[in-house]
Design a protein around this ligand. Structure first.
Ligand code: IPE
Ligand code: IPE
Ligand code: MG
Length: 247
């Protein structure tokens, strides 16, 4: 049986270059990228992937020109409005991970409403990483843990990987299995740093707006061929039926 990753994350990169190749403004590429998001969500839902985490806006992307940032915010808001009902109808749970306090109040309310509407859905969890940074995620978890220690709700000797997992933004989701990056660069750009520990990486030159179901399938097929050893030897893995858990 083919191994299907339970949790896939995607760094959706290359929108700007896609637009520039067509002599258009970078924001044209962001708009075109929405179709690739729809296709990826549909593919994940059809394939039986449990969780899909999409990197939409990093904590560093605020450094971009003001007009690009505002178009991205507008687009996020519009897509949220137009897609949430459909997500709900397809039994998809929607969640935003990242520091949403950085967004305007209206957008924060829309996010909260979308999360509440879809909270009980079970066929797929769709996490949108917005104003997200992997370092922020780790610091945020550390802060929550420290405040529990200060309030005597948690003792220091209970802080281990499992405890940390429960305070990180992806808590409750399966371990990250596969990280895809489009756009040809081979870096993590402060995405899921904690969660990447044993993820398989898949890089493609394809620019995000050109990404589609067939390409997602290729990444999943590639994943299925890999031997994940989690520190053990290849021989040990061959004699096991089930792969060991990371921690
Ligand atoms: C990714 O595409 C989308 C966001 C970061 C919001 P880019 O806008 O980074 O596209 P390139 O990398 O400049 O082509
Ligand atoms: C990563 O892409 C962030 C998103 C895809 C949202 P960037 O384009 O911001 O990454 P760098 O700057 O090339 O590392
Ligand atoms: Mg980029």
């Amino acid at each position: 049986m083919l191994k299907i990753p339970r949790h896939v994350a995607i760094i959706m990169d290359g929108n700007g270059r896609w637009a520039q190749q067509r002599k258009k403004h970078r924001t044209f590429g962001h708009k075109a990228g929405v179709e690739a998001v729809r296709a990826s969500v549909a593919f994940a839902r059809e394939t039986g992937i449990d969780s899909l985490t999409l990197f939409a806006f990093s904590s560093e992307n605020w450094k971009r020109p003001k007009d690009e940032v505002s178009i991205l915010m507008e687009l996020f808001s519009l897509v949220l409005k137009s897609e949430v009902k459909k997500l709900n109808k397809n039994d998809i749970k929607f969640k935003v991970i990242g520091d949403i306090t950085g967004f305007d109040k209206k957008l924060q309310t829309k996010i909260a409403e979308a999360e509440a509407l879809t909270a009980n859905n079970q066929s797929l969890t769709l996490n949108i990483a917005a104003n997200y940074g992997g370092r922020w995620d780790i610091i945020n978890a550390a802060k929550t843990i420290m405040s529990k220690v200060a309030a005597s709700e948690l003792s220091i000797d209970k802080i281990d990987e499992e405890c940390f997992e429960q305070h990180i933004s992806t808590q409750g989701l399966p371990e990250l299995d596969l990280l895809i990056r489009t756009g040809g660069d081979h870096r993590v750009s402060n995405f899921l740093l904690w969660q990447c520990a044993y993820a398989e990486f898949y890089f493609t030159e394809t620019l995000w707006p050109d990404f589609n179901k067939e390409m997602f399938q290729q990444a999943v097929d590639d994943f299925a061929q890999r031997q994940r050893r989690f520190g053990q030897t290849g021989e040990q893995i061959m004699t096991q039926d089930i792969e060991p858990k990371v921690c």
